[in-house]
Design a protein around this ligand. Sequence first.
Ligand SMILES: [Mg+2]
Length: 316
Amino acid sequence: MTNRNLERAERIRGGLYGLLVGDALGVPYEFHDASEIPAEHEIEMEPPKGFRRAHSGVPIGTWSDDGAQALCLLDSLRRDASLNLADFASQLLAWYETGHMTPDGKVFDVGIQTRRALSALQRGVDASRAGPDGERDNGNGALMRCLPVIFAASSLDEVVELAMRQGVVTHGHIRSQLCCALYAVVGAGILGGLSAMEAVGRAEREVYRRFAKAEHDDEVRLVLGARSEPSRGSGYVVDSLWSAIDCLLTTTDYEACVRRAVMLGNDTDTTACIAGGLAGMLYGDESIPERWRERLKGKELVERALAAISSGRLPK
Ligand SMILES: [Mg+2]
């Protein structure tokens, strides 16, 4: 159940571990249709015998592009809480080229728009214009990594601004940015002690209030209106957002939330990462099953990031 009395530090710890454990849990199940996913109680870091693992060369417990990019963003915010896009872009390139912020230096699961954006950056295109911006360029690659902005922001205005701006490096379309904003406002509400339902309701109102009845009216209506559509766990940013939020709203603990995300099939690691970050903050660090945390690789990177936050180097 929701615990309104969790300390901020426990929620931040839960959010970061929640997104990384969700990502790692989902990696072996990626690319499978929902009908091929094992039964809920069988969804573990190590899939049941006979299941055809995605990324079979990747050790169990390894986070993918989602987790690595979230850690890159957090590190960039640690250096400049107002987010220097060129610095963030150089972190993403370091991930892509040398495995920065991965547990073992290996890069896998790079998204389509992200690959195009990173090669634009390699050619010298400015970070603010690197992300493909067509309507069909709305994958979930900017959404999946944006949770850390709420640890750095000191107001809701900043949450929205940072969530949207971090996205443009790889995803330039307004639809992706609106989804990032909505998700980050949900996260900020949970970090502040709201229930999941309250946080989602407030985020919908905030996005509507800020962006509807203006230039982006159609896009706002499209994003908000998709809440009632069935969850598919796909790589499309709007579906990905609402799939993850539905998992959060229809379960009552971390484990059930991320398992439900994996059960949707398709982009399992990203749905579980997006949902897991929120669930980890909602229920706290202690709610993440010990057996999953034990299997998570690269914990020294996570602890270093958390130490940087708690030592105050990441302004509230
Ligand atoms: Mg991934």
